[in-house]
Design a protein around this ligand. Structure first.
Ligand code: DGT
Ligand code: CA
Ligand code: CA
Length: 564
């Protein structure tokens, strides 16, 4: 698409400008981007059909070669090089009103400011006013602007956005003339955070405008950003943006595919289609002017000879090749979970009694539950007695004896061996000193895994999305070590943790390390979090066999007995 190529040229221009490059060269890229955007014919189409680029004003041999490079390879070597020189986030600073390239350059070189967050911090700390050409007033303007920018670009946790998604769908479904309603975008791909909700509804073309009108006047809508005949953008009361598109039923699958993304996945699929003489867009799959598919998503994939690809896999990280080779994973699903290996009770920092937690787990379809919380030796003994008593009494759910033990800074576990030896499993985690240097942090966790009673590494990255960055650790090394030691890694399903994250789940799978998906429940209602854990696991290509707690208890027990 011309817009994709134009975006590459715009970014090149931004980056050249930040480097203080020749203004004529910069303008050439900007003009070319504008020309491409204004051109109605698809440059890629023409190039692939005729082997030639159409003549376009202001696009000489050098720029034409770049377009050819982008269309054929999907990359631009110049941009890759420029991206290497300066972090991606520096270019975001150009979006702050009042900051041109000269000022951004100064902020980056003199104060090391490389992102809007850092700029915001520096302005609050009064570090900007001292720079040549900046003063107290400019600093205040910058602070206002960064505040507005950060508000606008705020991302929501998937679990925070879910209730809004449900409410928006219900509101739309209640409008006369609306057929199907689905939330697409990153929400459907189950990313851990979402920038906005992309909602798709079907209606007859004659009714679309009325649907838009009704929806934008819903009482949950705080602000209407735009409203047209088939699309609208609004901000809900909680600050979440919703982009709505109303499409005809015959285009539903194609539109759902387009707006589910990811953009990289869609572009890769479009390229496959082009090779077969087909054109995929948001309205359908076309051969010439004839629609050949598009009513549902499966038909879109079938048109290029592929099986259906689950939304969680659509990140262009190998799923299209896997589909072509018939090697798509059969993704793990919530009913596959047989138990949960990390829960708390009122004996520790939980809010529900042992019995209530066991019954809640059972109601959630689980057949075993390990209590793993931070207790001392004496408390653990009492808990062990309670578990024995309840297991004798309860049917259909089994309690396991665990502990959540801290990994000390030197890698030792915070309880004596003799105490750990009496348990069914030992869940260990780093609970402090999150900012140790990489080498030291990694060694600390490797040494903990060497402990003979170590079973599961909990919250392996230590991240709290939006508040605490992940620890600096060598995750591939931890995963390889877990494989050698026969231990497991946790995917903690708390909505702001979700670590292991998707890429590390995939790495664990490739190394043959089983992942334990746990709710880390402190209340009886917390088991619903397992859905979010499953979402992240699916993004990490995990199948039921890759997940420790899909095993029935009889198969689980031998896995928990470490063979050294
Ligand atoms: P987000 O909202 O930042 O969490 O991420 P997405 O993936 O939901 O992105 P968003 O909301 O900007 O757009 C929704 C989908 O629409 C995206 O996943 C793919 C599609 N889309 C948006 N812009 C483009 C584009 O320029 N080209 C293509 N091929 N698809 C696009
Ligand atoms: Ca979105
Ligand atoms: Ca959007």
């Amino acid at each position: 698409m011309n817009a994709d190529i134009a975006a590459v040229f715009e970014e090149i221009a931004d980056r050249l400008e930040l480097q203080g490059d020749n203004p004529f060269r910069i303008r050439a890229y900007r003009n070319a981007a504008r020309t491409l955007t204004a051109t109605t014919r698809d440059v890629r189409d023409i190039l692939e059909k005729t082997g030639e680029l159409p003549k376009m004003p202001g696009i000489g041999a050098d720029l034409a070669a770049k377009i050819r490079e982008i269309v054929t390879t999907g990359h631009c070597a110049l941009l890759d090089r420029l991206r290497h020189d300066m972090p991606q986030t520096v270019t975001d600073l150009l979006q702050i009103p009042g900051l041109g390239p000269r000022r951004v350059r100064l902020l980056y070189h003199d104060l090391g400011i490389a992102s809007v967050e850092q700029l915001d911090r520096a302005a609050r700390d009064g570090r900007i006013r001292g720079l040549p050409g900046f003063g107290e007033k400019t600093e205040q303007h910058i602070l206002d602007a960064t505040r507005a920018h950060l508000n606008k670009t705020r991302r929501f946790l998937w679990a925070e956005a879910a209730p809004s998604a449900q409410a928006v769908c219900a509101a739309l479904a209640a409008i006369a003339g609306v057929g199907q309603v689905t939330v697409a975008g990153s929400f459907r791909r189950r990313r851990d955070t979402v920038g906005d909700l992309d909602v798709l509804a079907t209606a007859a073309p004659a009714q679309a405008a009325a649907v838009i009108d009704r929806f934008t006047h819903d009482h949950e809508v705080a602000e209407i950003l735009s409203a047209g005949d088939t699309r609208a953008s609004v901000v809900l009361r909680n600050g979440l943006q919703v982009d709505l598109r109303v499409v005809a039923a015959q285009s539903y699958g194609a539109a759902l595919h387009y707006f589910t993304g990811s953009k990289a996945h869609s572009i890769a699929l479009r390229r496959l289609a082009q090779a077969k003489g087909l054109k995929i867009n948001e309205y359908g799959v076309f051969r010439g002017a004839t629609r050949v598919a598009g009513a549902d998503e499966a038909s879109v994939y079938a048109s290029v000879g592929l099986p259906y690809i689950e939304p969680e896999l659509r990140e262009n990280t190998g799923e299209i090749d896997a589909a072509r080779l018939g090697r798509l994973p059969h993704l793990v699903d919530r009913p596959d979970l047989a138990g949960d290996l990390h829960a708390h009770t009122t004996a520790g920092d939980g809010s529900a009694a042992l019995r209530d937690m066991a019954l809640a787990a059972q109601r959630s379809g689980l057949r075993y539950l390990a209590i793993a919380q931070r207790l001392d030796a004496q408390q653990l003994q009492r808990q062990s007695d309670d578990i024995d008593r309840l297991n004798a009494e309860l049917g259909g759910v089994t309690l396991l004896k665990g502990v959540e033990v801290s990994i000390r800074q030197d890698g030792r576990l915070d309880l004596p061996d003799a105490v750990l030896a009496r348990l069914d499993l030992v869940v260990a985690a780093v609970h402090d000193d999150f900012d140790l240097p990489r080498q030291q942090q990694t060694e600390r966790m490797l040494r903990a895994m060497d402990h003979p009673h170590f079973t599961i590494l909990a919250h392996p990255s230590g991240r709290r999305i939006g508040t605490r960055p992940p620890m600096d650790v060598d995750m591939p090394r931890l995963i390889r070590h877990a494989n050698q030691r026969g231990c497991f890694l946790e995917l903690n399903a708390q909505p702001d943790r979700l670590d292991l994250d998707d890429t590390h789940c995939r790495m664990a799978k490739e190394e043959g390390v089983l992942v334990s998906i746990s709710a880390d429940a402190r209340a009886t209602t917390d088991f619903s979090r397992l859905d979010g854990g499953i979402g992240q696991a699916r993004r990490g290509w995990l199948e039921a066999g890759d997940v420790l707690n899909t095993r029935p208890l009889s198969a689980l027990r031998p896995l928990l007995q470490r063979t050294m």
